[in-house]
Design a protein around this ligand. Sequence first.
Ligand SMILES: Nc1ncnc2c1ncn2[C@@H]1O[C@H](COP(=O)(O)OP(=O)(O)OP(=O)(O)O)[C@@H](O)[C@H]1O
Length: 374
Amino acid sequence: MIQLKSLTRAFGGNRVLDAVDLVIPDGSFTSLLGPSGCGKSTLLRILAGLDQPTSGAVLFDGQDVQYKSATERNIAMVFQSYALYPHMSVRDNIVLPLAMRSMSRLERLPLVTSLLASAKRKRAANSSEVDCIAQLLGLTALLDRKPSELSGGQKQRVAVGRALVRDPVAFLFDEPLSNLDTKLRGQMREEIGRLHKRTGKTFIYVTHDQTEAMSLSDQVAVMMGGHIHQVAPPRDLYAKPANTDVAAFIGEHPINLVTIQPNGANLPASFSAFALSKAVDRFIILGLRPESLFISDDGLISGHVTAVEYLGGRELLDVALDDGTILRIAQKDVERIPQVGDLVRLDIAAKDIHLFDHATGRRLSDNAIIRRKG
Ligand SMILES: Nc1ncnc2c1ncn2[C@@H]1O[C@H](COP(=O)(O)OP(=O)(O)OP(=O)(O)O)[C@@H](O)[C@H]1O
């Protein structure tokens, strides 16, 4: 198990990680998901031993690893840039970490490695392991090629192979797929998922792509502004976002957030089928996901369509309510596509309504404060 305890990292006066706590269970697939600049890579580098925290601790199986080097931590890192040696074949790139372990300082120098007979022998000694890994990753036919003769996806696989050969305690992936095109990204995503299942190792995966995080992970840590806002399995993250920031970040289309005044004073007439079931003497925020709202003849909310966007297999509609609130709806397979200007009625299942405190943005667990009239 890997544990981060109150981890803080400041560059000058800039705190890019602020009291981060996280538990990464052994063998789990944990993603760090967040927008650019939120501190994901900094966190990963501290985990790997490539950077030191300003305060706080990193524990591996309960042991503080602050004074352990990256090599001693035995963690393998796969970068988005692949970091392959251009002058070496695929085979040599993969075998290098293994061979390095048994090489002297002199033998480790890049040029010497390719010239010295002893260094060559050490690389050759590990060749059967490389063959196994090449087979696992579908690289067998490419072992003699140089990185310049590979596609982006193939280079990525070599980088993964080089991480695998070390038999590390954990794999750290830093946006490993961001240089690939959409189709290849999907394929590599599946491969990484299969690799995790096959190896049973701890995978820690940094990404700003929620599809990658949601599809691969046992747990996702959502990071923003140097804080972890929520750690949860993907389904819980979507179904029970801890605050409005997480609710707004997770989901294919941005969630509708509607501010409601104390005691529902400003509930628009078009919302009249909702009522506050008990006095709520503060501002709250309703969260209605576009894909949870649907058009229905006896729907509870009414409004006029102001925009229709076709996305292939589904439409995005903007519906203006009588108080000016605009709700966005994502709907699939409709028989009659509404047109701009149409009056539509919308509905949503009570379980799909999210409620948040306006002052703190935190989720309110008491879903019963809003119910249907009648
Ligand atoms: N060595 C450094 N010196 C000063 N500031 C740094 C340093 N490294 C990172 N930062 C700052 O720390 C913040 C977090 O950077 P980090 O790379 O961890 O973010 P990230 O979430 O991984 O972003 P991205 O998804 O764009 O890679 C950024 O504002 C960055 O400018």
